[in-house]
Design a protein around this ligand. Structure first.
Ligand SMILES: Nc1ncnc2c1ncn2[C@@H]1O[C@H](COP(=O)(O)OP(=O)(O)OP(=O)(O)O)[C@@H](O)[C@H]1O
Ligand SMILES: Nc1nc2c(ncn2[C@@H]2O[C@H](COP(=O)(O)O)[C@@H](O)[C@H]2O)c(=O)[nH]1
Length: 194
């Protein structure tokens, strides 16, 4: 349906995208679109909840709205998973890298509400993913990837399209997020985009 919306949460590794999607799920009953990846599951990640974990062969069997390579692994969001989430609610979320967010903005137009998440000091990102329990070798590889460096800055294509949401302090983030979501859900004029 054309009134359906997808909140696209994007930004660098560790900035808090999944935390935000979880908050929207818990507080606004917004289902998250589960995406597909060929990367190995982290501790506590569950197939079908965190991701659909694929191998190189099964990954190719899905129908993707967009797909990317990120730090050496494949990721993709399937039409099947998007429709599955929209069947549950008109407001849903998805967590994407900035390349995926650009594709969503282009393909879905106003149906995609793009939220670009930032931190004031990118140094905290490594600390956050270490605290999360990521494998130290994977963290090193991730931080050295061109995708990590790219996603720290708002891409030109998302200027005047994405809402920038600072996530230095979680209690403040929640307040700003509540304002943004309520404006969109109530069809009020949207906050100023940066
Ligand atoms: N405002 C915050 N202050 C401190 N820690 C935070 C904040 N927001 C999230 N975190 C923590 O930072 C870690 C990374 O958050 P999260 O997994 O949501 O990031 P992400 O952007 O989804 O990362 P990735 O792209 O690598 O999956 C988690 O341990 C989370 O609890
Ligand atoms: N463009 C897409 N990006 C995706 C998808 N699923 C996840 N992601 C993003 O990839 C990086 C790495 O994720 P991680 O879980 O390995 O840390 C992160 O920015 C995710 O948001 C997707 O289907 N398409």
């Amino acid at each position: 349906m054309k009134d359906n919306k997808v909140f696209v949460i994007t930004g660098a590794t560790g900035v808090g995208k999944t935390t935000i999607a979880r908050y929207l799920q818990d507080n606004y009953r917004m289902p998250r679109v589960i995406t597909h990846t060929t990367r190995a599951p982290r501790d506590r990640e569950i197939n079908g909840i965190s991701y659909y974990f694929e191998d190189d062969i099964t990954f190719e069997t899905k129908h993707y709205l967009e797909r990317v390579k990120y730090a050496g692994s494949q990721y993709g969001s399937s039409y099947e998973a998007l429709e599955c989430a929209w069947q549950k609610s008109p407001y849903i979320t998805i967590v994407l890298d900035t390349a995926g967010a650009i594709t969503y903005a282009r393909e879905l137009g106003k149906q995609a509400v793009i939220i670009f998440v930032t931190v004031t000091s990118p140094e905290v990102l490594v600390e956050r993913v270490q605290v999360r329990g990521d494998d130290p070798t994977a963290v090193k590889q991730r931080v050295a990837s061109p995708e990590f460096l790219r996603d720290v800055l708002l891409p030109t294509e998302l200027k005047n399209v994405a809402y920038e949401l600072a996530n230095d302090d979680w209690s403040k983030t929640k307040v700003r997020l509540d304002l943004l979501v309520n404006d969109i859900m109530n069809g009020r004029s949207l906050p100023q985009k940066n």
